[in-house]
Write a protein that binds this ligand. Structure first.
Ligand SMILES: [Zn+2]
Length: 214
């Protein structure tokens, strides 16, 4: 807690004064272009990785960067998506998974007991469809297997995302794009899922081939 208080003092003394004008603009409205959905994992810090500022990212975080399919659950994720698309008119929705994701490991390893965590177990049920997106040659190596599952989960959640009516509408109109990302904690690398090549490629390469938004 002391560290947080020290951080707050530093923010008030250094970070805030330097951004005063920016905060004045943000005080009464926001217009983020991106809805960023990622895991609750403490090691994933979007504003650090992307060097984004307050007002840039509309954030939604939960264990396993899960997106329940459209219409299945009137929960926080679905409401956040609806608000971001219908009210904030975001242009991009990014689903970002990450290396060493405990939620994916727990959801996909039946030997890992979730008996004492009924709510977690129920939530992680939404990760099960990741199996449908595993490569045909599932790696034997446990680490590679885990990474393949995390990749597959990003694709699964991306497909859940597309089942939300407001997302489907935006995609059809060309006013919205959805993206699946993978963040590597060890290397700091970001990869994105290329839907044509059906594989993850470096983010810069992916971004260079992106069509413009209407
Ligand atoms: Zn995670």
């Amino acid at each position: 807690m002391d560290r947080l208080l020290d951080g707050y003092r530093k923010f008030r003394a250094e970070a805030f004064p330097g951004r005063k004008d920016h905060f004045r603009l943000l005080a009464s409205s926001q217009a983020p272009e991106v809805l960023f959905i990622t895991c609750a994992d403490s090691r994933v810090v979007p504003d650090l990785i992307l060097q984004s500022e307050p007002g840039d990212l509309f954030l939604c975080r939960n264990a396993g960067n899960v997106i329940p399919p459209g219409g299945e659950m009137a929960g926080g994720v679905s409401a956040t998506i609806e608000y971001a698309v219908e009210v904030l008119k975001v242009k991009h929705v990014i689903v970002c998974g990450h290396s060493d994701c405990g939620a994916v490991k727990a959801a996909l390893d039946p030997t890992r007991g979730l008996e004492s965590l009924p709510l977690t177990e129920q939530w992680l049920h939404f990760i099960k469809s990741a199996w449908d997106y595993m490569p045909p040659d599932v790696p034997d190596d446990p680490n590679e297997r885990h990474t393949a599952l995390i990749h597959a989960n990003v694709i699964a959640q991306l497909n859940h995302l597309k089942s939300h009516p407001e997302i489907a509408k935006g995609l059809e109109r060309g006013t919205l794009q959805v993206h699946g990302w993978y963040y590597d904690i060890l290397t700091g690398d970001l990869e994105a899922y290329d839907q044509t090549q059906k594989r993850f490629i470096p983010l810069e390469q992916y971004a260079a081939a992106l069509p413009a938004i209407r």
